[in-house]
Design a protein around this ligand. Structure first.
Ligand code: AMP
Length: 559
């Protein structure tokens, strides 16, 4: 295999538009109609190699524009206008075969190149008729394609281009035998293109056996355009970066994140600061003894760590695919590293989010990221101190609102009215509030950290402790062992802590003081209940409904 790692083929240098690649006008027109403005890196870099006639292995995954990377040269150059040679595209699933067929059909529409999709589970006759009409591109799944080859409804001798799309998936889905049987039937004189997200030994064996001096395009930017990742940046001054990070975490409220630092020392500093601020955080770098590293990784796997702060080296090769966010404490000094880091989220078809703090000295790298990889992160700003305070005040009012769901009795109401008409009502109410929150209400950060630490929760939780105000400051749960229950509805479902409390009391007969903290999060909620009642509560709540959602309770993970 000829390695051209991360190299740009000379012809591609400087080519930033499709026209600069030398694509025919009629193909350029449909590309424009499809709304594709510029080639993705994988399209830009593979095009010259493919039209030069090389066999090529392209490391790329869905979302990078890989279908265009083989579809464009296929319709543009590889299939001649007047010949009868055909191209065969093999894909692991029927959906992918269909999707590629549609895209190639569009690309080839103005060049009179027809495409047909052949896959199992659909009528053989229809496919045979479509094939007889003279399609030039056949996009199919291995099993059905082999059937057609055996019947002679696909003529092996006409197939001059073979594309193996998502080759790794085809192998892992057990299509190796069919693949070999298909390839054995094809003419030796053909061009083979292999696209695969991973290039391991099995893929290399396929390449050695069936490809002719393949060029390897291991684009370091191959995750780029992985359209499932959203990129955001926060412009920061560079001074007080840790405090900025904490603000970002409070605003974005990620479910979990891998936080990248550029140096080992930073990982420890950042993790310690996050812990001080009440967040559940851990650090990982090469200096940590093996035993400790394993212990941390075990907790990460069990999803007991919300924020893992790590260096690039320490994060390599560990499975963090469940983490929803990648956060760059700083931009890495080399832009490829950004692509690798952010490729760690949004795996397996899930969407991921990448958030980066960018200081003045890093603007150059951000510029390069836009230019080179066409990643245009959305810029967000940190709220001013005033905005932050407004948000925190709203949080507190929501907490009090949730803590006292019932209408006051007559006596209390009379007292409230009298109180409110008192000349010094504000002073007294401020005193009551500070007693309720248990700290100086002025020191919002400290209060937020304490609240987080208490429940290892984040600040936006509409946390409450049932019972009288004193309970809010004492650890009411300490008295008897409690279990935390996970509830499948949250703020999004317009659930309020008070409502959940009421439902629990109504359906399970729990007393108000037996219900511990209720934390309503965006998509779910957590509630502390006496451990010995947990199972019974789960059963009693079966069938409870909020709006049109049926509530499901279970023991929270890690409990
Ligand atoms: P793929 O990696 O082939 O699955 O493509 C992912 C998505 O990107 C598809 O919806 C394509 O239509 C789209 N796409 C491919 N190439 C480009 C391009 N150059 N510009 C914009 N979108 C593209």
């Amino acid at each position: 295999m000829t390695e051209t790692p991360e190299a740009e083929p000379p012809e591609a240098e400087g080519a930033k538009t499709f026209a600069e690649l030398g694509i025919h006008e009629d193909v350029l027109e449909v590309i424009a109609e499809m709304g594709w403005e510029t080639p993705t890196p994988v399209q830009r870099d593979s095009y010259p190699l493919v039209i030069a006639g090389h066999d090529v292995i392209v490391q790329s995954r869905t979302g990078t524009g890989k279908t265009g990377a083989f579809g464009i040269p296929l319709v543009d150059r590889l299939l001649s206008d007047d010949g009868d040679e055909q191209a065969l595209v093999l894909a692991p699933t029927r959906e992918l075969a269909l999707q590629s067929a549609r895209e190639i059909a569009k690309l080839g529409a103005r060049r009179g190149i027809d495409t047909v999709a052949v896959y199992g589970g659909a009528s053989m006759e229809q496919q045979v008729r479509a094939l007889e009409k003279g399609a030039r591109v056949i996009s199919g799944t291995p099993g059905r394609v082999l059937d057609h080859l055996k019947r002679g409804t696909i003529k092996a001798s006409r197939l001059r281009v073979l594309v193996l799309d998502e080759a790794d998936e085809m192998l892992s889905m057990g299509f190796a035998k069919e693949l070999h049987a298909i390839i054995e039937r094809l003419p030796k004189k053909r061009q083979t293109l292999l696209f695969s997200a991973t290039v391991d030994r099995a893929i290399k064996r396929v390449a050695e056996k069936h490809m002719h001096e393949p060029q390897f395009l291991g684009l370091s930017g191959d995750h780029v355009g992985a359209l499932g990742i959203e990129h955001f940046v926060y412009m920061v001054s560079g001074v007080g970066r840790v405090a900025n990070l904490i603000s970002v975490l409070e605003i974005e409220d990620p479910e979990s994140a891998l936080i990248f630092c550029n140096t080992k020392a930073e990982t420890e500093e950042v993790s310690a600061a996050l812990q001080r601020a009440g967040f559940n955080a851990e650090w990982l770098n090469g200096d940590r003894p093996q035993r400790e590293r394993e212990e941390v990784l075990g907790r990460v796997r069990r999803e007991e760590v919300r924020f893992l702060v790590a260096t690039d080296v320490a994060a390599r090769g560990i499975d963090v695919s469940h983490l929803t966010h990648v956060i760059n404490f700083s931009l890495p000094t080399n832009v490829e590293q950004y692509v690798h880091r952010t490729g760690r989220t949004g795996r397996a078809g899930r969407t991921g989010t990448a958030i980066t703090l960018v200081g003045p000295t890093e603007l150059g790298i951000l510029y390069y990221l836009r230019l080179q990889y066409r990643i245009f992160p959305v810029e967000r700003t940190l709220p001013s101190e005033g905005e932050q305070r407004t948000r925190q005040e709203a949080d507190r009012i929501a907490m009090i609102d949730a803590a006292y769901p019932n209408a006051p009795n007559e006596h209390d109401l009379a007292l409230v009215r009298r109180f409110m008409s008192h000349a010094d009502a504000e002073r007294m109410l401020a005193g009551l509030l500070s007693a309720f929150f248990g700290e100086e209400t002025g020191d919002v950060d400290k209060v937020a950290a304490t609240r987080r630490r208490r429940g290892k929760e984040h600040p936006d939780d509409h946390s409450m402790v049932n019972g009288d105000p004193d309970d809010a400051t004492s650890e009411a749960e300490e008295e008897s062992p409690t279990a935390t229950l996970y509830v499948n509805v949250g703020r999004r479902d317009e659930l309020r802590a008070s409502e959940l409390g009421r439902m629990l009391r109504d359906r399970t007969g729990l007393k108000r003081k037996e219900i511990g903290r209720i934390r309503v999060r965006d998509k779910h909620s957590l509630v502390d209940v006496p451990e010995d009642r947990a199972q019974d509560i789960i059963e009693s709540m079966a069938g409870a409904v909020l709006g049109d959602r049926e509530l499901e309770l279970e023991l929270a993970k890690g409990d």
